[in-house]
Design a protein around this ligand. Structure first.
Ligand SMILES: NC(=O)c1ccc[n+]([C@@H]2O[C@H](COP(=O)([O-])OP(=O)(O)OC[C@H]3O[C@@H](n4cnc5c(N)ncnc54)[C@H](O)[C@@H]3O)[C@@H](O)[C@H]2O)c1
Length: 263
């Protein structure tokens, strides 16, 4: 296989959850550019429509479907429908996720103030939503003997993270071990399961806080590379994990964090 063809996704069908904004949108654009058909799904149907209108004139293979990943039947329904199409489903990015607000440096983020309703909501989206997306994909990929599942985790799932809420760090730590567990189970079926663990990216998460000048300033000392990442900086790693270039990688949780987790 020639080196450029290692990253060629022509003929592939890829589902991305949480695709209307930030990291999921950047992943979708990378997959389209590499030649894949991309089904962009998101809870925010209006924003999804805006992005599809922007992308479709350039990429005829950009498709869209509203989806709430906390709705298990809807996740199963969408994945089953895609898998039933000719060529099936080659890769799924379980990317949709939400913030649990700020960490313990503010009152509301302290352990004694964790609110169970908010905890349940974050776990339902960030953990159950990832599990059900992986589960639905595996049902089709396993019998087929190939497939890729890529989860967007976080460096907040690798170690304590003062800036993130309890439900968030718990959900991301949990998905990291879901990825390892599924990677080992599915390896004999040539279904590769990996996670991207971003540090701070300037996206819409948490009301767009990471786009604010005060966050940019705070992160300057916190991140060895001295800045917050732009969403496009996820694209190289996403392309690697979806493509033939990562044929010997599974069960990996890969930080992409400007060096933050190396401290
Ligand atoms: N931005 C960061 O600094 C950062 C760092 C580490 C990990 N992450 C993770 O990256 C992923 C993407 O987040 P982002 O930063 O791009 O944020 P974002 O808010 O820009 O994008 C998230 C998208 O997911 C969608 N979404 C939310 N809940 C959903 C649901 N229940 N069903 C379907 N879609 C839903 C939102 O509508 C939004 O379009 C998340 O899993 C997040 O935890 C982000």
């Amino acid at each position: 296989m020639s080196l450029p063809s290692l990253f060629d996704l022509s003929g592939q069908r890829i589902l991305v959850t949480g695709a209307a904004s930030g990291i999921g949108l950047a992943i979708s654009e990378a997959m389209l550019e590499a030649g894949a058909e991309v089904i962009m799904s998101d809870l925010d149907a209006e924003l999804l429509g805006v992005e599809l209108n922007r992308l479709q004139p350039h990429y005829s293979k950009a498709k869209g479907s509203p989806l709430d990943v906390s709705d298990t039947a809807a996740v199963d329904g969408l994945v089953d429908a895609l898998a039933a199409q000719p060529g099936g489903i080659d890769c799924v990015f379980a990317n949709a996720g939400m913030s649990a607000g700020r960490g313990f440096l503010v009152d509301a983020g302290r352990l004694e103030n964790v609110e169970m309703a908010a905890w349940d909501r974050v776990l339902r989206v960030n953990l159950d939503g990832v599990l059900t997306t992986m589960r639905a994909a595996s049902r089709h990929m396993k019998p087929r003997g190939r497939g890729r599942i890529v989860v967007t985790s976080s460096i907040a799932g690798l170690r304590a993270e003062a800036l993130s809420g309890y439900a968030y760090v718990a959900s991301k730590a949990a998905v990291n071990n879901l990825v390892r567990q599924a990677a080992v189970e599915l390896a004999p079926f040539n279904v590769l399961v990996n996670a991207i663990a971003p540090g701070p990216f300037a996206t819409g998460i948490n009301g767009g806080r990471l786009r604010l000048p005060e966050s940019v300033e705070r992160m300057r000392s916190y991140i060895p590379l001295g800045r917050i990442a732009q969403p496009q900086e996820i694209q190289g790693l996403a392309l690697l994990l979806a493509s033939a270039a990562s044929s010997y990688m599974t069960g990996a949780i890969i930080p992409i964090d400007g060096g933050a987790s190396a401290r």
